[in-house]
Design a protein around this ligand. Structure first.
Ligand code: UDP
Length: 240
């Protein structure tokens, strides 16, 4: 198991994306061990402060990896640096590639109906050999037994859940036990990016750890969420 850096009670793995894929996820997928992966950004960590049940869900996930420049900055400030950012979108793309190579099937749960449909067609375009277990949009009650029964029935190897925060983690925690196998991952707005609805920041912004600023400029209505990121940083500084 990897070392971790604990931020506000959440243990975040000290690993790189490649190592995580090769040493952790691939063997678990091959052995059909169930896993829940959380790509934690400051918003997720802040939410765990406000909602104890959500905190327990994140704490009981098999893997929590660092997403978001704020997490990396916080870890560095705490003198327990993390090697690199593992963004949900990047991890999903690598997993799709891996799924194609290994013949593993994927289920796409979440986002608006048209975005969900487009996500699957784009995934098929990028990875023609990919096996699609099924898809469903993300606007339903997370307790709905019919939706989960539909997903279970397809017996997927990977389940990408784009229901936003905190619903995606809640859906996974509630229903994971009903599955025989599966790598479950909440991926926020990643379907919107894959479907081409939302543009990801140019590479240089990502390299400079400024993806958050790009998003803020492109989607200024998100400013309220950005306040959470600042509050997160402020609390990290206060704690030391
Ligand atoms: N979403 C969904 N059902 C919902 C709320 C959101 O499927 O009830 C989808 C939304 O369409 C988007 C993704 O979840 O594709 C992430 O949404 P958002 O950016 O609002 O969430 P966050 O950034 O908080 O994870």
């Amino acid at each position: 198991m990897h070392d971790s850096t604990e931020i506000m009670g959440i243990k975040i793995l000290k690993t790189t994306k490649d190592e995580f894929l090769r040493k952790d996820l691939l063997p678990r997928l091959q052995q059909q061990d169930k896993s829940h992966v959380v790509t934690a950004n400051p918003e997720i960590v802040m939410k765990t402060r406000e909602d104890l049940e959500y905190k327990q869900i994140v704490q009981s996930a098999d893997y929590v990896v660092p997403d978001g420049a704020g997490i990396l900055l916080a870890a560095k400030y705490m003198k327990q640096p993390l090697p690199e950012r593992i963004a949900g979108y990047d991890l999903m793309m690598e997993l799709l590639e891996l799924a194609e190579a290994e013949g593993l099937s994927c289920y796409f749960l979440g986002a608006k109906e048209d975005v969900n449909e487009k996500t699957v067609s784009e995934a098929k375009k990028k990875f023609p050999g990919l096996s699609i277990a099924g898809r469903h949009h993300g606007f339903f009650d997370i307790d709905d037994p019919e939706i989960v029964a539909q997903v279970v029935q397809t017996d997927p190897d990977l389940i990408f859940v784009a229901l936003g925060l905190p619903r995606q983690e809640q859906w996974i925690a509630k229903h994971k036990d009903k599955f025989r196998k599966g790598l479950f991952m909440g991926i926020g707005g990643s379907f919107d990016i894959l479907a081409g609805e939302v543009k990801r920041a140019p590479e240089i912004w990502i390299k400079l750890n400024l993806e958050w600023l790009y998003r803020l400029l492109k989607q200024p209505f998100r400013w309220k969420r950005m306040l959470k990121v600042f509050e997160f940083m402020f609390r990290v500084v206060l704690r030391r």
